[in-house]
Design a protein around this ligand. Structure first.
Ligand SMILES: Cc1cc2nc3c(=O)[nH]c(=O)nc-3n(C[C@H](O)[C@H](O)[C@H](O)COP(=O)(O)O)c2cc1C
Length: 334
């Protein structure tokens, strides 16, 4: 699969998940074989450029190519300026968020709220495409309400304005994350683009959690690749499975988790990392059938306690993970 000039190593992408798919998680997911990843959503507002959150979300993951950043906003000129700044910083793909249903984002008429104004979608994509020389992509939902296919129109409008890839989550804005995902609109978008002679990749997204489901979604839609979000939490090795790589054995999974936790401590700073480490570790323990240990883990308030707890737990599980050391944390980042 190719986005503009960039040939991807495979068509299995990690979905952006604000607060979760940060640098430490993307480092691990890339190592486990994902073919494409984009940053967590960044505001396009210039006054937020230097906020602590924006600065961390802008950090590129070493070794990952192409470097893609997702921006959200409503004003075409502000979005174009933000895109320019990112490209000046070395970003190779700009992704526009037309899919986020979060109230905080929608109240500002950004994210999926933009689907109610297709001429603004056209203006934003047109302005950003004109502002930068790198590919511009969009991520959208199927529509505002189930069955309205507004996302199909938005995807087509974006492509007509020069977007070079469309990712579609097969749920409407109203559905948020509930109800059955519907891949129908993704297929209709792919067909409409093909019939219009627009040859850009479409990625299908929503509830893909296995190799089988990935193949089904591709077959049902004719999409060029899949994007996976929540199913990667607690089991980033899903990407190894999806891409025919070596799936780590249990002991290796324990070691990867320890390295991931150490990387989060290092990236955010010990104290700031404690909360985000909890989110990932709950997912890991649940996936590994160790959910009885979640409560104990949540009672810890210090980074060293978190690591110590996991080391003891994993040793007791007889997997004998290698000793944690700063060196192993650095290896993950390398
Ligand atoms: C916690 C969380 C944060 C998310 N943040 C973003 C985001 O920053 N940008 C975006 O385009 N989508 C975001 N999404 C949506 C996902 O990228 C994806 O479209 C959605 O989760 C459906 O895919 P899945 O079923 O594979 O998780 C987020 C989803 C979750 C659960």
């Amino acid at each position: 699969m190719q986005i503009g000039p960039y040939r991807l190593r495979n068509s299995m992408a990690l979905a952006p998940m604000a607060g979760l798919s940060d640098v430490p998680f993307r480092t691990l997911v890339w190592r486990l074989g994902a073919g494409y990843m984009v940053s967590e959503m960044l505001s396009s507002k210039p006054e937020l450029w230097e906020s602590g959150k924006s600065r961390l979300r802008r950090v590129p993951v070493p070794g990952v190519d192409p470097v893609a950043v997702q921006i959200a906003g409503t004003d075409p000129r502000v979005m174009a300026e933000a895109a320019r700044r990112h490209v000046d910083d070395g970003v190779q793909i700009i992704d526009l968020n037309f899919g986020c249903p979060a109230k905080k984002v929608c109240r500002k008429a950004a994210g999926s709220a933009l689907l109610s104004n297709l001429s603004l979608v056209a203006d934003i994509v047109g302005a950003v495409v004109a502002a930068v020389k790198v590919p511009v992509t969009v991520k959208t939902r199927a529509g505002l309400l189930p069955g309205d296919d507004v996302g199909v129109q938005a995807g087509w409008v974006a492509a007509s304005q020069g977007a070079q890839m469309v990712v579609m989550h097969g749920r409407s804005r109203a559905c948020k994350f509930k109800g059955r995902v519907d891949y129908g609109p993704v297929g209709r978008l792919k067909t409409r683009l093909t019939e219009s002679g627009i040859d850009i990749p479409v990625l299908v997204n929503g509830d893909i959690d296995s190799v089988n489901q990935a193949h089904n979604a591709l077959r049902m839609t004719g999409a060029d690749g899949v994007m996976i979000g929540r199913a990667a939490l607690g089991q980033p090795w899903l990407f190894a499975e999806l891409t025919g790589g070596v799936v780590p054995a249990t002991g290796q999974k324990f070691e990867l988790i320890l390295q991931h936790v150490a990387h989060m401590h290092e990236f955010y700073g010990d104290q700031a990392a404690v909360g985000i480490v909890r989110k990932h570790v709950i997912a890991y323990l649940s996936r590994l059938g160790l959910q009885d240990h979640v409560r104990g883990f949540l009672s810890l308030h210090k980074s060293l306690e978190q690591l110590g707890y996991l080391q003891a737990l994993f040793s007791a599980e007889n997997a004998q993970p290698a000793e944690y050391s700063t060196a192993s944390a650095v290896n993950v980042a390398a």
